[in-house]
Design a protein. Structure first.
Length: 201
């Protein structure tokens, strides 16, 4: 396995978080968030120190929300008359707050002592999904960019929305990302990879 320094991993996490926005309207590339989350999961798996994982979570979450709520800059600067510098700062601070949710999810996931496969398939998807649910109602809620929305209307998981709701679809998206990460994770047994392929199908 090639070596990867932590600063480079942080840059990759920033890039993965930023490209997730392509999964939402108006782009509608529903598969992009699944692939990007899978890449982020693999980065988290590669660095076992909790501080490193929290750093990767902060980078991914900040880029995810900073790019995703960029329309706030337009609202503040173009329509609200807020100077550009302060508008960017406001969006950055808001993105930093929203990034706390994936950071907390990774913090608790890092406390779980389970195998790599269970960590990718159970712990991370459940932890991030719970964080999204909390973000949807805490302090009146901000459900914008819940990962399940990327599947609507044409994603492969969109049909589950009437049954499971948007957070259920989001969990299945994260589960798919975890499964995809398992296929490329080092040390995964062949039987686990076969089970993951069946799960994805």
């Amino acid at each position: 396995m090639f070596s990867l320094s932590f600063p480079v991993a942080c840059l990759i996490a920033l890039l993965l978080g930023a490209v997730c926005v392509l999964g939402f309207a108006p782009y509608g590339l529903w598969f992009v968030p699944i692939v990007a989350f899978a890449g982020w999961f693999l980065l988290l798996l590669r660095f076992t120190a909790r501080r490193s994982r929290l750093g990767l979570a902060a980078c991914f979450g900040f880029a995810y929300f900073f790019v995703g709520v960029g329309w706030l800059y337009i609202s503040l600067n173009h329509y609200g008359g807020v100077p550009a510098l302060f508008a960017v700062l406001a969006v950055g601070l808001f993105a930093a707050y929203l990034a706390l949710f994936p950071l907390v999810a990774v913090y608790f996931a890092s406390r779980m002592q389970v195998s790599r496969v269970y960590w990718l398939l159970l712990v991370l998807p459940a932890g991030y999904g719970r964080a999204e649910w909390q973000r949807g109602w805490l302090f009146s809620g901000f459900p914008w960019l819940a990962v399940g929305y990327a599947q609507i209307p044409g994603g492969w998981l969109a049909g589950y929305a009437p049954v499971l709701g948007i957070y259920g679809v989001g969990y299945l998206s994260l589960l798919s990302a975890g499964g995809l990460a398992c296929l490329f994770a080092s040390g995964a047994a062949p039987r686990h990879r076969i089970a993951v392929v069946v799960l994805l199908v």
